[in-house]
Ligand binder design. Structure first.
Ligand SMILES: *[C@@H]1O[C@H](CO)[C@@H](O)[C@H](O)[C@H]1NC(C)=O
Ligand SMILES: *[C@@H]1O[C@H](CO)[C@@H](O)[C@H](O)[C@H]1NC(C)=O
Length: 505
């Protein structure tokens, strides 16, 4: 979280926080950090990080002119049944299933249209409905769809191949491009570009309302919100928005049962403080580095307090101030891949997601998706920059109310991710004040096993669970299955990124 985020993959842990590594030296005096100076460098940084994923979106944000899209005068919903003809075997349990993609207009926007994929369960349509949000902020959820937990992956020849570990084997799965301007989601009015979680969560709530209005047969299913990295901000805000809508009997009741955040950024004041501790434990820095970098922590804490009280520019400044901690560590650790410290970023690349852009820009695919001439903005540096003021805000604050009302919460983190590391996540989860705090703290940490093999450590009390994923399994073809009886949903990931052979990013 030093900066923002994208996604991650459970095996070794994933996450992609887009880090902002501009130098603290540019800000000799915190008080002099102006919005204009902070706005400029993060954008460059976001662009650099997007290139680090081997992505080259044509535009920095999706602001299609109204005439660009055939559906502009269309009704609220434009949805197409998809058939992308994936190769391989979808699995024995499939009878019939629907794949859809489309746009909803967002009623509280000027002209925003939110793009999504919806994959009916390969198992049983009464499985939970699960929505996935990739982080960034500003990265398309298609990153997860095609490289992590979606129904298929993209082969090098751009064929799709069924993913045996797609979450659509256990859930009805939604991937949404958001905030507006990301992926295929677009607007012609810059007022629709969001700057905070209020805007983000209202749009997501409107999206869900439209989705369930169109697919009423799914409204009675259990509903879960999931995602990673910067989605550690989106998810608690979105869950709170849904909960509030339910309590106030707005629109369609949404059967929210829980949410899960993987290697997220949720409580920056706690998480930024743990960078040096984690880096020292993992031998990325030496004791002397640890002591000198720790001197930046009080300034960061102060900046976050000022952000909480003053908002606005103070929040952008706190982003700059606090990220200097992360950047100093990276300066010492060199070209370490901060999503998996066991790896290095080779050349300029930490990963290669270019097949996704190639695939989504193919004419036949665009026709199948019904996106017309709309650009695909894999990661939007403009959206990233627009969310700067949101970055250092604390979204742990909304979670206790949800826990008290029985909403289940899973916070999981892989051991080798630096940028949204497990230690910072564990600290905020333990520090969170709720009626079960003491019992959660006293609960035993026990091995978490997948198919009999220990893959991590888990701790639970009532509706709250924390999981540290420590081992990617040794064999390329083994998978990691997180199974929470309470979720009645199996979250499966193929062990494909670091730790295993790494044949897939
Ligand atoms: C789907 O799940 C429901 C509820 O668990 C069950 O009643 C139904 O038989 C299942 N359908 C199939 C096709 O397995
Ligand atoms: C594309 O790649 C997939 C997976 O490697 C393979 O199964 C398929 O035969 C290839 N298709 C073509 C047309 O070469």
């Amino acid at each position: 979280m030093a900066s923002s985020t994208l996604f991650h993959i459970l095996s070794s842990l994933f996450i992609f926080c887009l880090a902002s590594s501009f130098s603290y030296a540019a800000y000799p005096n915190n008080n002099q950090v102006s919005l204009t100076s902070t706005a400029y460098l993060p954008k460059l940084q976001a662009e650099k990080l997007i290139r680090g994923l081997n992505l080259f979106p044509k535009s920095s944000v999706n602001t299609a002119a109204a005439g660009d899209h055939a559906s502009v005068s269309a009704p609220k919903l434009v949805e197409k049944q998809l058939s992308l003809n994936p190769l391989g075997d979808p699995g024995p349990s499939v009878q019939e299933f629907g794949h859809h993609a489309g746009y909803y207009t967002l009623p509280h926007s000027q002209s925003a249209r939110m793009f999504y994929f919806f994959f009916e369960s390969r198992n049983n349509k009464s499985d939970p409905v699960v929505i996935w949000l990739t982080g960034g902020p500003g990265c398309s959820s298609e990153l997860a769809l095609f490289y992590e937990n979606g129904p298929f992956h993209i082969a090098n020849n751009l064929s799709l191949v069924w993913n045996d570990y797609g979450w659509d084997k256990a859930s009805n799965l939604l991937f949404v491009d958001q905030p507006t301007g990301t992926g295929f989601s677009y607007t012609s009015d810059k007022d629709d570009i969001r700057h905070d979680e209020e805007g983000v969560s209202n749009d997501l709530y409107d999206f869900l309302q439209a989705f369930f209005a169109e697919h009423p047969q799914y409204a009675k299913n259990d509903f879960y919100i999931t995602g990673e990295s910067y989605a550690g901000h989106y998810i608690p805000a979105f869950a709170s928005r849904v909960h509030k809508g339910n309590k106030e009997k707005q629109g369609i009741h949404i059967n929210l049962k829980g949410f899960a955040i993987g290697n997220g950024l949720t409580d920056p004041a706690i998480q930024y403080k743990e960078y040096t501790e984690y880096a020292l434990n993992m031998r990325l820095i030496k004791q002397s580095d640890y002591e000198s970098i720790n001197k930046l922590i009080p300034t960061c804490e102060h900046a976050i307090k000022t952000c909480e009280s003053d908002g606005g520019d103070a929040c952008s400044s706190s982003y700059a101030v606090c990220n200097s901690i992360f950047n100093k560590i990276l300066g010492i650790a060199g070209d370490v891949n901060y999503y998996d410290i066991r790896k290095k970023c080779e050349g300029d690349l930490c990963y290669d997601f270019s097949n996704m852009e190639r695939f989504l820009n193919e004419k036949s695919v665009r026709e199948a998706l019904g996106v017309g001439d709309i650009d695909f903005v894999s990661c939007s540096s403009t959206v990233y920059e627009a969310m700067l003021m949101d970055w250092m805000r604390n979204f742990e604050v909304g979670i206790p109310t949800l826990l008290e009302d029985g909403i289940r919460v899973l916070i999981y983190a892989g051991e080798y991710d630096l940028i949204c590391n497990w230690l910072g996540n564990s600290k905020w989860v333990h520090a969170m004040e709720w009626s079960g705090q003491k019992d959660f703290g006293a609960a035993a940490t026990v091995p978490f096993k997948v198919d009999g093999a220990e893959t991590g450590q888990i701790k639970s009390h009532g509706p709250l669970t924390f999981l540290k994923v420590s081992f990617c399994l040794f064999l390329e073809f083994m998978m990691l299955v997180i199974w929470f009886p309470w979720i009645s949903l199996k979250l499966r990931y193929k062990c494909s990124r670091a730790g295993c052979k790494g044949n897939l990013p």
